[in-house]
Ligand binder design. Sequence first.
Ligand code: RIB
Ligand code: CA
Length: 311
Amino acid sequence: MASHKIIIDCDPGVDDAVAITLALAAPDEIELLGVTTVAGNVPLENTTRNAIGLLALLRRPDIPVYAGCARPLMRAVGHRSIMHGTEGLGGVELTNDGIEPASEHAVDFIIDTVMSRPGEVTLCPIGPLTNVAVALVKEPRLASNLKQIVFMGGAAFGSGNTTPSAEFNVYVDPHAAHIVACSGVQLTMFGLDVTRSVIATPERLVRLETFDNDVARTVVRMMTAYAQGDPCLHDPCVIAWMIDPGLFSGVDALLEVDCAAGPNYGRTVASVSSRHLAGRQANCKIITNARCDDLFEMLEQRLARFNIPGI
Ligand code: RIB
Ligand code: CA
């Protein structure tokens, strides 16, 4: 039985697609219960279509996809990213094979799945945290029934990538990130502090291109296009940690989110020292370092698995 039961909440997005692919190449470590989509890099219609198309490419139409929130909590329309191309997958077109998203809303799927498996489910949000925040508000018991939340977002000790202060996922919906930070759930954060070091260099992409299977070739095409704008593999870090936490290290901190209008809107603030904590408890492990060569070696090994029909 797999070590982890997870739900990936995402906004595919090229690096989201790599993260989902990696999760499905790790059946011993990860049981993917479902994929929930949120508006982020591109609108919800696109993120949902992209998630379904990717699962069809991976020959896993059995993995259900649930569409979630089409906008952030407080803004009528969320900020978009230009890094992933107009449709969201670096110009790569995928077929949905006629598959549609499940009828249940993503928020209800998250609640139903977690509440039916108390203490067993890990949420892996790799887009704006709107769905997760709404689920935490709608079901007050959710927090105590979740095993943990392991997410990509924020920039605890460095600059943002969307504004000087804010990383994209948190910038799109800082109020949702605040709800998650205050939830009391065990949190592990993969912010830009570590993901900026996980770079799909041309040398690494060339090595991945050697695989003779349509999955790897398609994923590498996406990564190559994405790398023109952002070569960092942000989202796959979350899944790599679920597979092998020894690839990473970090610090315990009190994570807070700045939701005030102005230059710090969406900034994530981490208090580590006893002076900054001032008697408050840490609420999050913030990952700060990755063994990047070993991470890419793992990614290569896992992508190679798609050489085998049915994997
Ligand atoms: O800042 C990086 C994050 O924003 C990643 O999740 C990427 O997919 C975009 O959503
Ligand atoms: Ca993402």
